[in-house]
Design a protein around this ligand. Structure first.
Ligand code: FEO
Length: 171
């Protein structure tokens, strides 16, 4: 059974992942409003990924005999100024989430909860990918900033992204 202290920390991580889903939904709406449907698609897929991250923790907490306590989700921003600024904000947010996962993993290790630490390794690896994905698009937007055909081309590319649930999606 998971300790009360770790139960609280996992619930806080569930809140952060749920806020991530909410933030990316706001970013998707921002792009959709500008007819940049490929960018919007990328963030709709990202929203699904974050919901998956939250649900994986949610189910794990129950499996460990913990109690899920849903917390308040803050209102995300509405205007992101430019495509580049939106992706810079997404990258900054992913770095914050990586830090949070690392801190949670450290708490699990400090308590000797190796089961939780082992479970969290999936998130550590996932965060490497999450940051790399956002970093790549920030770099591409920096290259084309102000050049509309480049933006149009990238929008077409991002339209191809689909959500592929990991094999243990129902675990
Ligand atoms: Fe759930 Fe994008 O981190």
């Amino acid at each position: 059974m998971i300790s009360k202290k770790l139960e609280k920390a996992v619930n806080e991580q569930i809140q952060k992942e749920t806020y991530s889903a909410y933030l990316y939904l706001a970013m998707a709406a921002y792009f959709a409003a500008q007819n940049l449907d490929g960018f919007a698609n990328w963030f709709y897929v990202q929203n699904q990924e974050e919901t998956f991250h939250a649900m994986k923790l949610h189910k794990y907490l129950i499996e460990r005999g913990g109690e899920v306590e849903l917390m308040e989700i803050q209102k995300p921003p509405k205007d992101f100024e430019s495509p580049l600024k939106a992706f810079q904000a997404a990258l900054e947010h992913e770095r914050f989430i990586s830090k949070s996962i690392n801190e949670l993993l450290q708490k699990a290790l400090d308590e000797g909860d190796h089961a939780l630490a082992s479970f969290l390794k999936w998130y550590v690896d996932e965060q490497v990918e999450e940051e790399a994905n956002a970093e790549k698009i920030v770099a591409q937007l920096e290259m084309i900033e102000g050049y509309k055909p480049g933006l149009y081309h990238l929008d077409k590319e991002l339209a191809a992204r689909v959500f592929t649930p990991p094999v243990d999606a129902t675990a």
